[in-house]
Design a protein around this ligand. Structure first.
Ligand code: FMN
Length: 393
């Protein structure tokens, strides 16, 4: 079944609340960790519309144990974030263990997620990111160490992964079993291989297979949820315990309101006119100024959201270009004031795919590397070196 011929009915599912260890998540929805997107400002906007777990941008374990200023910003949360969720990336069990211990002992988080989904070719070619679970001994060691350290503080630890390196080197079923045996609180699967990058459709059948293989822990499905109807369809089709939503909420933080409504059995959907979108953009920019305490940095950040916010809306070409290059909050105010505030919700044009797309990437790993599922010392060094190139999932 492809994503286009799934049923769209939103009749109530009666899904039980999602349990992540001792945390009960009433709306079974997770904001996907997205580097450069899911900072405190964006998480606040999403949270204000709905419920769920709102995961931080990824932080590398190495940077965190070195306490770089950027990594300390990445793990920071607003005071009213009920579930402080942090995503870590790491390739060395000892460093990952130290990073988890730091989060626990210094009370920076309530939930920790480990990222095994980075598809960036520079990283996967050297065995890191989404290729790492192929080396089952290293993968097991990282997850076991992280679970052990997280459990000392009673924190649930989850993992997020892709299907594998490419169609000939799938890892998700075995990695899921290893993670379950290590004691993770849930496993999230993005239904693409690293080689697919963001092309084609996410394979929801693979998500269903993982659900069957791991009947005893929550499985979360990820990939191509653009609307509340897609989320309901994924749950129906795969039997997952919750959904992870990434690009679908870019420029649409109100999607979390639709998701909450849909999981409560309501057909109500939020359809903001241009005036409301304009207010959201300005508020987002202001929150970013608070987050970064630096207007230039904040404006650099908000610029990448502009095309997503205004997708499908009636906005002239020149104004669009100016918004995409806006230099200051004051200029932003002036540009937004030029919009036709009576302009209504444009319907389906405002919805659907957005954000990162792209063509498949070559992830070819050396034959020798793929031959053994165990890791040599030299390969460990290589994976470690690629850590500097890691960027999201
Ligand atoms: C800009 C961007 C940054 C991302 N950064 C991360 C990340 O830091 N960690 C991670 O696990 N996945 C990351 N991802 C992957 C998403 O979490 C998600 O798995 C992917 O976008 C598929 O879900 P979607 O179809 O709902 O977007 C990123 C995706 C995008 C588009």
């Amino acid at each position: 079944m492809t994503v286009t011929d799934i049923p769209t009915s939103a009749t109530k599912l009666d899904l039980p609340p999602l349990k992540l260890g001792n945390i009960t998540v009433t709306t079974p929805v997770v904001l996907a960790p997205m580097a450069g997107i899911t900072n405190t400002a964006f998480r606040r906007l999403c949270r204000e519309h709905g419920g769920g777990v709102f995961v931080s941008e990824m932080v590398t374990s190495r940077a965190l144990v070195e306490r770089t200023p950027e990594s300390m910003r990445l793990i920071s949360h607003d005071e009213d974030e009920e579930i402080r969720s942090v995503q870590l990336y790491g390739v060395d069990p000892e460093t990952v263990g130290r990073a988890v211990r730091m989060l626990v002992e210094e009370d920076h988080a309530d939930h920790i997620d480990l990222n095994f989904g980075c598809p960036v070719a520079k990283v996967t070619r050297r065995g890191g990111g989404a290729a790492l679970p192929w080396k089952t001994d290293l993968f097991a060691s990282i997850v076991q160490t992280a679970v052990k350290e997280a459990s000392k503080g009673g924190l649930p630890l989850t993992i997020k992964m892709r299907k594998g390196i490419d169609d000939d080197h799938l890892t998700y079923l075995e990695a899921g079993r290893i993670a379950r045996d290590a004691g993770v609180a849930a496993v999230a699967l993005h239904g693409r291989t690293a080689g697919q990058f963001y092309s084609g459709h996410a394979d929801w059948d693979a998500i269903a297979r993982l659900r069957e293989v791991l009947p005893d822990i929550p499985v979360l499905g990820n990939g191509d949820i653009w609307s509340a109807e897609d989320a309901i369809a994924m749950v129906r089709q795969t039997g997952v315990d919750g959904v992870v939503v990434g690009r679908g909420c870019q420029g649409r933080p109100w999607l979390f309101g639709d998701l909450k409504a849909a999981f409560e059995g309501s057909e109500e959907r939020h359809r903001p006119g241009l005036a409301e979108v304009s207010a959201a953009v300005y508020r987002h920019a202001e929150l970013l100024v608070d987050t970064f305490d630096d207007e230039n940095k904040a404006l650099r950040d908000i610029r990448k959201h502009m095309a997503w916010y205004f997708k499908g809306y009636v906005v002239g070409g020149e104004l669009r270009a100016q918004l995409a290059a806006v230099p200051t909050l004051e200029v932003l105010r002036g540009l937004l004031d030029q919009l036709d505030m009576e302009s209504p919700y444009p319907g389906a044009d405002a919805e659907g795919p957005r954000g990162r797309a792209g063509t498949p990437k070559r992830t070819a790993l050396p034959e020798g590397w793929l031959k053994s599922r165990n890791l040599s010392g030299e390969q460990q060094a290589d994976i470690g070196a690629a850590e500097l190139d890691v960027s999201g999932g």
